[in-house]
Design a protein around this ligand. Structure first.
Ligand SMILES: [Mg+2]
Length: 225
């Protein structure tokens, strides 16, 4: 829809504890559950013109908790759940490395591992993303630090898991602390000058009616008399 040479903007999403429930070292596709606000919020970000990109640390691979194949099974289940909500990921990056891992070749430090920003820069190069026009959302300090180092703005989603010592009163603090994904999306839409829901709990503008597609704008296309 936009010209192919226009810079793309993205929302960089942490996965575990941000868009899905985080039981710790998730490897069972049956345990993939979307968190509140994700099914309604991410489509609103797509309609606002953002690419959705997952950037997730998966040290469980280096630690021998699960395999790359198991990770991919979980990732496929997540894509299935998102697709059912009309949500399409532009890309998904994961970091299997950890220096204290036990599984070669993943038992090393790596620039992709958050709070380093390697995955952001890979996405920018792969997809032509303008990082300074992009946002990062995560439930952990490292998600925000990685995103801020890459040049994005960052939002902590605080309601899911308490593991963030921020603020640090420095340049890598989050721009906003949201209680859930809905509030994070509202903050971004407001900052971007995009229309907001009519009130608390109201659907995001442009959202399909629950249980079906948007109605036709008029009766002009109704069946012939
Ligand atoms: Mg997380």
């Amino acid at each position: 829809m936009s010209p192919s040479n226009a810079p793309r903007r993205a929302i960089f999403l942490d996965r575990d504890g941000t868009i899905i429930h985080d039981p710790g070292y998730l490897s069972d596709p049956k345990a993939v559950v979307l968190l509140p606000g994700v099914a309604e919020g991410l489509p609103a970000l797509m309609r606002a013109g953002f690419d959705l990109i997952i950037v997730t640390n998966q040290s469980g691979i280096a630690r021998g908790k699960y395999t790359v194949e198991a990770y991919e099974t979980v990732a496929a289940r997540l894509e299935e759940l998102l697709a059912a909500e009309g949500i399409e990921l532009a890309a998904s990056y994961y970091c299997p490395y950890h220096p204290e891992g036990v599984v070669a070749p993943f038992n090393i430090e790596h620039e992709d591992r958050k709070p380093s920003s390697g995955m952001w820069h890979r996405a920018a190069a792969d997809l032509g993303i303008e990082l300074t026009a992009s946002w990062s959302i995560g439930d952990g300090e490292r998600d925000i630090v990685g995103g801020k180092r890459a040049g994005t703005r960052g939002i902590i989603v605080a309601g899911n898991r308490d593991k963030w010592p921020l603020p640090l009163l420095g340049p890598v603090d989050p721009d906003f602390v949201a209680r859930d994904m809905r509030e994070a999306v509202l903050y971004i839409l407001r900052a971007e000058g995009v229309a907001l829901p009519d009130g608390p709990g109201a659907p995001f503008p442009g959202a399909p009616f629950p249980g079906g597609p948007s109605p036709e704008p008029s009766s002009a296309e109704g069946p012939p008399a």
